[in-house]
Structures are given as C-alpha cells and as structure tokens.
Design a binder for this molecule. Sequence first.
Ligand code: NAI
Length: 334
Amino acid sequence: MTVQKKYVVGITDHMIGTPDLEADILGEDVDIDFFATTDEAQFSPDRLARLDALMVWGARLGKDSIRHLSRCKGVVRYGVGYEKIDIPSLTAAGIPFANNPDYGTEEVADHALAMILSLHRRLWEHDARARGYTSGWQIHSLKPLARSNKATVGVIGVGRIGTAVVNRLKPFGFRIIGYDPGQPRGHEKAIGYERTDHLEHLLGLADIVTLHCPANHETRNILDANGLRRLKPGSILINTARGELIEDLDALEALLRSGHLAAAGIDTFAMEPPPDHSLLRAWRDRDPWLQGRLVITPHNAFYSDHAAIEMRGNAAQTVKILLDEGRLRNRIDA
Ligand code: NAI
C-alpha cells in the first residue's frame, strides 16, 4: 500500500537526470513530481493542482498554468533571472515567488573575467593566426594591444555578480567605472570603483563594457543600435547577463565588421538556441574577418560542478523552509 505523503513538490524541468538531491533535502514528507519538460503546454492541470510548491528551471510559467496552482504555497526558480515567470499573475493568485540568488556568482564573474582577459589580450586571434604560421613565429602582428592598467572597464550593474567582477578586475590594475542606479551612494567607496550616474559617460570611457544587470522593462535592449554605436571605437563588449540586453544582432554584426567593436564575448541570447543570423553563420564558419573576435558560450557561465550542487541545494532548501515554517526566503514581488 502506498502511503500518502504530506506534500507534493513539482519540478518543471532541469538539466539533471533525477531530482535525488532535492528529494534528500525535502525529506520523507515530500513526494516529488518531476515534469521533465520545458514545454509549458505539457503541464497538465491535474498535476499542477496537486502541488504544494513548484520549482522551475528553464520553463516559462504563465497565467494558464498559474490558474491551476490552487494549493501551491510558493514557486521557486532554480536560477537568478525571472523574466520567464509571470510574477503579476502569481501575485494575483496569492502565490509568492522566490529566485535563487546565491549560487554561481563566482562562476559568472570568472566567466566574464575569462572573456575580458582573453579578448583584451587578443588570445583567440593570436591562436587563430598562429595556426597558419609555418616559418615566421613570434610575429607581433596584432595592434593595438594595451596593457591592462592602461585600460578602462565599464561595469553595467554592480550587484552580486558585478561586484564579484569588480573585485576580480582590481588586481590587474584596470580602471573600473560602474553604472548602477539601484545601488546606494557610497557603494562605490565600499567596493572600490568609480561611480557614474550616466550610462553615456561609461560608454564613452570604457575600453571594455561588461553587462551584469537583469533583463527588465528598463534594461531590455539597453544596448540597442544607438547604444552600441556610442561604445568607444575599438572597444570590447561582454554579455554574460541576458541576451535581451542586446537584441539587435544586425547592429552588433555591423560594428564588428567595421572594427568599431574590436571583439565581443556572449553567453546569453534573447532566444536560445539563437535563430539563424549572418553573424552567427560567420562565427560558426570561422569566417576570417571574425576569427578570434567573437567568443560565444552556450549560457553556461553559471556552471561548475560545485555551482550546480549549490543551486539545487539552495532551491530545495528554500522550498523546505517554506513547507516547514511557512516563510519564503529570497522572495521577489511584482
Ligand atoms: P543582482 O540583482 O545582485 O544585481 C543586478 C544589479 O543590476 C543590481 O545591483 C541592480 O540595481 C542593477 N540594475 C538594475 N537595473 C539597472 C539598470 N537599468 N542599469 C544598471 N544596473 C541596473 O543580480 P546578480 O546575481 O548580480 O545577477 C545579474 C544578472 O546576471 C541576473 O539578472 C541574470 O540575468 C544574470 N545571470 C546570468 C547567468 C549566466 O549563466 N549567464 C547566471 C546568473 C545570473
């Protein structure tokens, strides 16, 4: 005879095979219903209606699903960003929502630094060219190539990850300018960067721009074609935050082709996988004009073996506290 458990926790989808770590943390009172799909259309109303809590990884959660969450005490995202979650509909249904802010901060910061340092040192271009060298070898063909303490990095969004990036940049001697209207005055003094209240100012000064703000109604397309054109000629652009911040791939391609943009490092696209585009074709085909100047990683800046465990453990712990104590930590309101 199967014993009815006290709670049912749904997990929409995850990169994991089985939610064993979550089951260990949630304990014996909890039955896990693993939907194992990012396709919201497949979330059956009956299964949603049984849930006491729901954990979401890559799926969208909209009002058609939310209206069936009739006994759900909270929805928890495994990740930091929540642009795919309809928080107003959750609020209207009286269901609180939480994200998972404290996993993978180090990894995204390391990833951004790896992109910044390798593109600034023109490592990928040297690698691409050296493959063709058979006689000459120590050819210093790539100019300009600046010393790190002669270069300025502009950090857009100096929250958890942006701050971790600033801390990593400091020992290299980069001049660091931060733009973050959400941080209180004096934040820059505590962390150690120059604050600007004007994005334009940062774009005009920075040799390298790195994005670390969320995608929301203010920041979507924060670097549109006009914004991209305001970047300093010869600058480098890094996006490990959200693809929605730079949606115009035509403009990005034009600036890379003209050399206005020396290089770009991108971990996230507005649609993933990204639809066909001539810039991506040039990158896939290793077109000579772009070789070593565009580095793309498949939205895995957050990942390390350690961060993956931390992410799953933290999210499950958030649900456990909710079920045991009725309190939702890391709550985000509409
Ligand atoms: P956070 O919330 O600690 O920091 C975001 C900062 O952006 C805040 O300080 C906020 O005031 C600032 N901000 C908001 N609007 C802004 C604007 N208009 N201009 C400039 N700054 C603005 O978030 P955290 O943990 O640092 O994450 C940042 C972003 O990184 C997330 O929203 C997420 O989209 C992305 N991310 C990407 C990952 C990846 O694997 N590529 C993994 C984790 C997060």
